[in-house]
Write a protein that binds this ligand. Structure first.
Ligand code: UD1
Length: 430
């Protein structure tokens, strides 16, 4: 099993190119099967999650042609199966986007029921509520969601909670329903807007994405398009915090700075200097960080996917900080790993109180989940000793060439697969 081994202590310095947004890509790849014409998608991140989604699409018969590492052509005219197996759902929950896409296009879909995951129980009631409101019969049978409709009809729908997944899933089905759908209390995340823009480029009629209310006039068919996915705000934010935590100077390139507002605001709060240009943000940290208070919220609030990264920064900051996690109930597990590196943390319910320490000490820790894993790598990069991170498969789900990008900034990190390689690394850095 592969691990990362890290010798920290170097400030990260330089420029790093940010890839396409994984979470936008997952919605867009599902939506791409909604036309029988060929769709070309560019700036697609080459990460495990998007590759599993491509396998799921190919698995039901769609034609998937990889043009190059970041470009793919998809043709949904060859689909012969409307059933997404548990194997895919088990690997990526977001394969449930094929429910909305297939239901919209074929009026029927069967998708294995996703379970919980390492960050929480993650119900899907709002997705089902939306499909039912559009007139679909939705049943749970033998671990599967079976959705079927003679006609999908436009509807007026109010989501009980703000959810990215249900907003995207129901938006896809409604894009091909008869009549107008109004969805209120929707998620406003940049990737919701990107999926809406993609569908519109295929001939859908979706207005208001990025606000609280989305209005969709259903169309009978969608057509071919060429589309480039937005940059990944979470990948960018991760490298920005890597700069902060290692007292470095990093410019993230190919980003949309507006999408990073909440992250930038917190970096300024903890004492970083920020320089923004049209498509880049530079983060300079030349002194010890200071404490702050942060609460995760739906966009444009501070993202839950950036919570572990700021947690690492606050664990090293001067003073007492608090983090309140208001989206997922189980997203503090990484703090126990940080405590094993010397962090001083008390967790009560969905709040963590962090007393900053001057430095961490190296330890063997587990990645736990995608964002926690990336954050713990950053912690390792800020530690003089050697840190070994297990279960890096989680990190590979959403970060492309993660260790290479960190190496290009001066980070001493390697992917290893045996005790021999670990010993070799230790000798090299000692
Ligand atoms: C998406 C992102 C994930 C991010 C999260 C919040 C993708 C592929 N994943 O996840 O990286 O952390 O948004 O920004 O884009 N909820 C319900 N009922 C539902 C659906 C959700 O109660 O039917 C709750 C969830 O338990 C959670 C909250 O709503 O507490 C937000 O979840 P949601 O926005 O749906 O997250 P995902 O789409 O799963």
């Amino acid at each position: 099993m592969e691990q990362y081994i890290i010798k920290g202590g170097n400030p990260l310095v330089g420029e790093v190119e940010i890839g396409g947004a994984k979470n936008a890509a997952l919605g867009i790849l599902a939506a791409a099967i909604m036309t029988d014409e060929t769709v070309l998608i560019d700036n697609m991140p080459d990460v495990n999650d998007t590759n599993v989604m491509l396998e799921a699409i190919a698995g039901i018969g769609a034609t998937v042609q990889r043009v190059d590492r970041h470009t793919v052509k998809i043709n949904g005219s060859t689909i012969r199966d409307l059933n997404i197996e548990y194997d895919y759902i088990k690997k990526i929950r977001a394969s449930y986007y094929l429910l909305g896409a297939l239901l919209g296009k074929y009026r029927r879909a069967e998708v294995a029921l996703p379970g919980g995951c390492n960050i929480g129980s993650r119900p899907i009631d709002q997705h089902l509520k939306g499909f039912r409101a559009l007139g679909a019969d939705v049943d749970i049978e033998r671990g599967k969601i079976v959705a079927e409709a003679d006609h999908l009809r436009g509807t007026h729908l109010y989501f009980d909670v703000v959810t990215v997944g249900a907003t995207i899933n129901v938006m896809m089905a409604a894009a091909m329903a008869d009549g107008v759908t109004i969805m209120e209390n929707v998620a406003k995340e940049p990737h919701v807007v990107d999926v809406a823009n993609f569908l519109n480029s295929m001939g859908a009629n979706i207005r208001g994405a990025g606000t609280d209310v989305i209005r969709i006039r259903g169309v009978r068919s969608l057509h071919k398009t060429e589309y480039s996915i937005i940059p990944d705000q979470i990948e960018a934010g991760t490298f920005m915090f890597a700069a902060a935590v290692t007292r470095g100077d990093v410019t993230v390139k190919n980003v949309i700075p507006k999408h990073l507002d909440a992250t930038i605001s917190k970096l300024i709060d903890i004492g970083c200097e920020i320089q923004e240009s049209d498509d880049a943000v530079r983060v300079v940290a030349n002194k010890r960080l200071h404490c702050t208070h942060v609460k995760t919220l739906p966009y444009p609030g501070y993202p839950t996917d950036m919570q572990p990264q700021i947690g690492v920064a606050l664990a090293l900051a001067k003073g007492t900080s608090t983090i309140t996690e208001s989206i997922f109930e189980n997203r503090f597990k990484y703090l126990d790993e940080l405590a094993r590196m010397g962090a001083n943390i008390k967790i009560e319910g969905n709040s963590a109180t962090i007393e900053g320490v001057k430095k961490f000490s190296g330890a063997r820790i587990s990645a736990l989940d995608l964002r926690a894993g990336a954050a713990l790598c950053i912690a390792g990069l800020a530690t003089d000793g050697i840190t070994i991170i297990d279960d890096i498969k989680y990190i590979q789900r959403g970060y492309e060439r993660f260790e290479e990008k960190l190496q290009s900034l001066g980070g001493v990190i390697e992917r290893v697969a045996s005790e021999k390689e670990i010993q070799k690394f230790r000798l090299k850095v000692s």
